[in-house]
Write a protein that binds this ligand. Structure first.
Ligand code: SAH
Length: 221
């Protein structure tokens, strides 16, 4: 390891010890993924120094990479054991996508902004991930081709749970999504029982950029 790589590994270690573990994240597999994935490569050069601070950062097009604690909380909420098929809505930088790819079998990720889709693909390819497919599309419609999904994660705030996502969730599956107004949301975990009925748990307040699409917010509101 050269000095640079050493410093970044140390910054990740400090991030996990200072911002993630003390706030209650316990799943060791999630902690290991956060220690491994080089978050600084998912932000622009000018943001690299801040990549391991616990706040969101701009990634262009008015969008943000979620803060590390929120990534940890959402990922832990999915209860991944390895091997699952996961649908992610809101690829953004691709950082959360990489974390999911470390912990699941295959990850299908949908992003609606072309430049972000292209950049995320580049970053994820350069890191050598072979279990991720990124698609440019309206993610509120899901991705029917590969459904059903064992897990679905939405990383943008929705006014309500998009119906297609509930339909594309496998029996026994888990959907995690921020739901609320355009300024503040609550993280909601929905589980689908084997008989197809669902139940919801509320996991606390959060702030995300808007989920824009047919079953989300309209473009200009
Ligand atoms: N997980 C990302 C978070 C990006 S912010 C990261 O850690 O970098 C949320 C992303 O959701 C934005 O990139 C935004 O463009 C995208 N988004 C919003 N509405 C969407 C939709 N209907 N379909 C797909 N992506 C959407």
């Amino acid at each position: 390891m050269n000095n640079q790589t050493d410093r970044q590994a140390w910054a990740r270690q400090r991030m996990v010890e200072r911002d993630i573990v003390p706030r209650g994240i316990k799943d060791q597999r999630v902690l290991d993924a956060l220690l491994k994935v080089p978050r600084h490569l998912f932000v622009g050069e000018s943001q690299r120094m801040s990549a391991y601070e616990d706040h969101p950062l701009p990634i262009g097009e008015g969008q943000t990479i979620s803060q590390p604690f929120m990534v940890a909380l959402m990922t832990e909420a999915l209860l991944l054991r390895g091997g699952e098929t996961v649908l992610e809505i809101g690829t953004g930088s691709g950082y959360q996508t990489a974390i999911l790819a470390e912990l699941a079998g295959r990850v299908y990720s949908v992003e609606r902004i072309p430049s972000l889709t292209g950049q995320a693909r580049k970053t994820l390819d350069a890191l050598g991930y072979t279990n991720i497919l990124v698609r440019l599309s309206d993610g509120t419609l899901g991705w029917a081709e590969y459904a059903p999904y064992d897990r679905i994660l939405v990383t943008a705030g929705a006014p309500r749970v998009p119906e297609p996502l509930l339909e594309q969730l496998a029996p026994g599956g888990i959907l995690v999504i921020p739901v609320g107004s355009n300024t503040i949301q609550e993280l909601v975990r929905i589980r689908k029982r084997e008989d197809g009925t669902t139940f919801e748990e509320r996991m606390g307040g959060c702030v995300f950029v808007k989920l824009v699409g047919k079953y989300g917010w309209e473009v200009d509101c």
